[in-house]
Each structure stands twice: as structure tokens, then as C-alpha cells.
Design a binder for this molecule. Structure first.
Ligand SMILES: Cc1cc2nc3c(=O)[nH]c(=O)nc-3n(C[C@H](O)[C@H](O)[C@H](O)COP(=O)(O)OP(=O)(O)OC[C@H]3O[C@@H](n4cnc5c(N)ncnc54)[C@H](O)[C@@H]3O)c2cc1C
Length: 464
């Protein structure tokens, strides 16, 4: 239905719903791609509505004509979820980017879905609060996209994933009805929690137009360290030790395997802070209201761990500049992707105790089967989330498929997930069943059919 020619009356009606400057038939190249390498179909047009009511009337029109709608946020997605399907209408939230209300007493923020993540962070900080979601694409991704992908990022270990930060939502359903779930209370046990239908479902069930998110009390800074380990079990021992010492304050636990670390140093042109090479490097943050007061305890944790031979060495940041320099090692992934292009970016999760073993098995298998492939491991290890950048992938889709087959076969054997945080989109659709049972997939299909019987919402994404 979605690939059929669209009658001119559709466009006549569309023009009556939206200002001409918010409707483009020549879709800009930038709206054809996200950060994945998925190939776009040819869209009919791009609309950039300014109000929820406009989104609703556009959806009602598309539903009536059976025109596919692909929601677009900041296009930083890595799974192809926002890539246009053939003949679709692209609906970008870019012009619905207002910060509407910050409740500085309770700590909540109401925004339109197109607001950029970094803007939310800055607004919250200016009011003495913190919006806890943080990830490398903060300057371009939108809160609607973050919610639609249930984004994770650098601080999940302390504050949870996007799902944990959403209090209320406003959503336009595929038939154009506006679903108002803009509540700000934490507790509400009155039947199905309908917000969850739209969090992490990648725009396949509705368009998120507004959100109320939870803020955390402001922190004034962090104690940050780069710590070297040789044994993965020691990384886990240190996590336990740090959590006992700073109950609830461990805010980042990002591990870089040696190959990633050396590549990051080369990419940034930095000298190694350690005089010896190690197997694992941990970027470790304790955020608090008084980092200076916490510093002696932070130092003591390192000294004890060193004496107990849990850690091999550590560099403690002594200024904001030094903290930023340490974080650059972890944040330079986008540059690393370019060096080894074309790459495949894996984003798997397994139980925390299994990550070291999983990475070792993946590395051994891939280097044996694809000797020229460079594999770099890193990730939000405190959350059991391992990233792998593998490249350059020589041999196109056939090699890509062969590499993915190995990675997901091994991940499945560890009872892991094929996507910890980037989502399924187009890119991982064929691997969904590695992580979800037939009963689960069938229930997802039932929900999709009930909510979007004309299959207009982001067709071909996540599910067939
Ligand atoms: C350098 C870099 C670092 C990254 N780091 C992380 C990380 O640490 N953790 C992480 O989780 N992700 C990370 N990502 C992936 C990406 O940033 C996130 O998935 C982000 O949440 C996507 O937001 P977006 O606005 O760019 O969405 P888009 O890419 O535009 O869209 C993503 C999906 O959401 C849907 N969508 C977008 N807006 C809406 C809406 N308003 N209503 C309904 N559906 C919508 C789209 O149709 C698509 O399916 C990273 C990406 C890059 C490039």
C-alpha cells in the first residue's frame, strides 16, 4: 500500500494543513540519512510542523490515504530507524523545539519533542538541576529521538536509561488522535502504562510531540580518574569496591579495551599517561555536590585498590580541563569510526560478569575468520553494555553479513541482547529473533496491528 502512487488531492490537502515553507518536495540530502549506512528510499516530501495539532492533522491525512510516515529527530541514530522508506512522508520534529516549562521546585521539565538534548541539559543546569541523559550526539539528537530509542549513554549506571527519566508524554497516534499522557507524578497504578508503548519503539506506534522529564538535583562536578587494569575480573572487583565506598554516586564506569585506547590516543595525538601498556582502561566518575570534600575518599579508594593489586595504575584529574581531556578518549568514537571506515558498530549487552569473556571470544573468532579486520572494544560496562567497532569491512554486504552472523551467534550463546541501546531500526531487523522469542515478536506484531492497522507508521522498521 505504501509504495503506490499518491493522488494529487493528497498534496492539495497537505498544503492546506501546513505553511509552504514547512513543506519541501525536494528533500535535502541531510534528511535521507542517519549515522547508519542504510540505503534510503525516495521520500515524497518532508514536512516540519510547528504544533501538535498540525502533526495530528497530517497523520489523519496520511492514514486516510495510506501514506507511510517516517518520524525524524536529530538523525543521529545508528540503526537506520529514521531513514526514509520508499514514497514516504518524512515528518521532522526540528521546528517543535521549545522548552515549555521548568518546575524548579519539583525538578521537572516540559519540552516539545524536537528540543536538542544539550539544550535540555543547559536549561536544567541554569536552574540548579541536572538532566541526567548524556551521550556523544548531545548537540544534535532530540529528546523525542532519545525517547523513541530509549537512549542510554554515559550515566545510566547512576540515573537509568531514558525510560527512567520520562514522566509524561504527548503522542499523536497513527490515525491523528492526540494522546495526552502529560502527567508529572511518579506513581500512577491505573492500568496499562501507555507511555511505555512509545518509549524505545522507534516511531513505529506514534509520533512523540511533547515530554515531561525528570530532573535530578544539580551536581557541582565530579572526581574523575583513568584507571589501568590487566585482568577483567579486577575491573568487576573495583566496581563493587567503588559502589560500596561511594554508595549511589558512581556516575560513569566506561571501559576501553587496549586496542581502542591506543587508537584513541593516536587519533587525538595524545601521549599515553601510563609508562606501561595495560589490557583495560576505565574512565570512572563520581559526581557529587562537593567533589573537593569527596576527594580524600576518592584518593583513598584508589590507594587501597592499588595496594590490594586490584588496579595497576591510575591518573586522577585535578581540574576541569584534565577531566575533559580524559573524557575525550571516550568521546572520540565518531572520529575513530571514520579512520576504520566502512565499519560495523555493534552494541550488545550481556550480564556484567560475562562481558570480559564475551569480548575475548568475539576478538578471537573475528581475528581468526577475518584477519584484516580491526576490532575495537569499549562500552558502558557498568550497565553490561559492550560496543564493538569493526572495520574496515572489505567485501560489502556479504562480508558485513558474515561478520554480523559471528557476532550475534556468540552474543546469543551468552544469552545477550543484539541491541543494548541503539535500537533495531532497519539495520538489526534480521537479528531481532536472536534476542526475542517468537511469542514476544508475535505480541509486538499484535500491538502494531491494533494501533496502526494501515501500517503507515515507520513501516519496515523493527518488525517486518
Ligand atoms: C557520536 C554518537 C554517539 C552516540 N552515543 C549513544 C549512546 O551513548 N547511547 C545511545 O543510546 N545512543 C547513542 N547514539 C545513538 C543516537 O544518538 C541515539 O539513538 C539518539 O537517541 C537518537 O536521537 P535522534 O533525535 O537523533 O533520533 P533519530 O536518529 O532522528 O531517530 C531515531 C529513531 O527515533 C524515531 N523518532 C525520532 N523522533 C521521534 C519522535 N518525535 N516521535 C517518534 N519517533 C521518533 C525515528 O523514526 C527513528 O526510528 C550515538 C550516536 C552518535 C552519532
Amino acid at each position: 500500500m505504501n509504495a503506490k502512487a499518491i493522488p494529487s488531492s493528497f498534496f492539495d490537502e497537505l498544503k492546506s494543513l501546513i505553511d509552504t515553507k514547512d513543506l519541501m518536495v525536494d528533500v535535502p540530502e541531510a534528511n535521507l540519512h542517519d549515522w547508519s549506512d542504510e540505503q534510503p528510499g525516495k521520500p515524497q516530501c518532508l514536512v516540519t510542523p510547528r504544533t501538535t495539532e498540525q502533526v495530528a492533522s497530517i497523520m489523519e491525512l496520511c492514514n486516510r490515504y495510506g501514506v507511510a510516515v517516517v518520524p525524524q529527530g536529530g538523525l543521529s541514530g545508528l540503526a537506520g530507524g529514521a531513514v526514509p522508506s520508499e514514497n514516504c512522508l518524512l515528518l521532522s520534529l526540528a521546528k517543535m523545539n521549545k522548552i515549555e516549562h521548568l518546575d524548579a521546585v519539583v525538578g521537572t521539565l516540559q519540552v516539545q519533542a524536537g528540543a536538542i538534548l544539550q539544550t535540555l541539559q543547559e536549561e536544567a543546569e541554569a536552574a540548579g538541576w541536572m538532566f541526567a541523559l548524556d551521550l556523544g550526539a548531545r548537540g544534535s539528537c532530540q529528546i523525542g529521538g532519545n525517547i523513541a530509542t530509549n537512549a542510554g549513554g554515559n550515566r545510566v549506571i547512576r540515573y537509568g536509561v531514558m525510560r527512567d527519566l520520562v514522566l509524561g508524554l504527548e503522542v499523536v497516534l497513527p490515525d491523528g488522535k492526540i494522546l495526552n499522557l502529560l502527567q508529572s507524578m511518579k506513581k500512577n497504578n491505573t492500568g496499562l502504562d501507555l507511555r511505555q508503548l512509545f518509549i524505545g519503539t522507534e516511531g513505529t506506534l506514534g509520533i512523540i510531540t511533547r515530554a515531561i522529564v525528570k530532573l535530578h538535583p544539580g551536581v557541582t562536578g565530579a572526581n574523575t580518574a583513568l584507571i589501568a587494569f590487566d585482568d577483567y575480573q579486577d575491573v568487576l572487583h573495583f566496581l563493587k569496591k567503588a559502589q560500596s565506598s561511594f554508595s549511589g554516586l558512581v556516575s560513569a564506569f566506561e571501559v576501553m579495551w587496549s586496542d581502542y585506547y591506543q587508537t584513541a590516543l593516536n587519533t587525538l595525538g595524545k601521549a599515553d599517561q601510563f609508562d606501561q601498556k595495560h589490557n583495560y582502561y576505565l574512565l570512572f566518575d563520581i559526581q557529587s555536590n562537593d567533589p573537593k570534600q569527596d576527594y580524600p575518599q576518592f584518593e583513598k579508594l584508589m590507594e587501597e585498590a592499588f595496594e590490594e593489586e586490584v588496579i595497576k595504575n591510575a591518573v586522577l584529574a585535578n581540574s576541569d580541563r584534565e577531566t575533559q581531556e580524559l573524557w575525550e578518549l571516550r568521546d572520540c568514537v565518531s572520529e575513530i569510526l571514520k579512520i576504520n571506515a566502512p565499519t560495523i558498530n555493534f552494541d550488545v549487552s550481556v550480564g556484567l560478569d560475562k562481558i570480559g569473556e564475551l569480548a575475548a571470544e568475539l576478538k578471537a573468532t573475528l581475528s581468526q575468520k577475518f584477519p584484516d579486520l580491526i576490532t575495537l572494544f569499549f562500552g558502558h560496562i557498568g550497565d553490561g553494555n559492550l560496543h564493538l567497532v569493526a572495520g574496515p569491512v572489505v567485501g560489502g554486504l556479504t562480508t558485513e553479513h558474515a561478520i554480523e552472523t559471528e557476532v550475534y551467534r556468540i552474543t546469543k550463546a551468552f544469552f545477550g541482547s543484539v541491541s543494548a541501546e541503539h535500537g533495531i531500526g532497519l539495520h538489526k531487523k534480521k537479528w531481532l529473533r536472536h534476542s526475542r522469542s517468537e511469542i514476544e515478536v508475535s505480541l509486538m506484531q499484535t500491538l502494531k496491528a491494533a494501533m496502526d492497522p494501515n501500517k503507515i507508521m515507520n513501516p519496515g522498521k523493527v518488525l517486518d
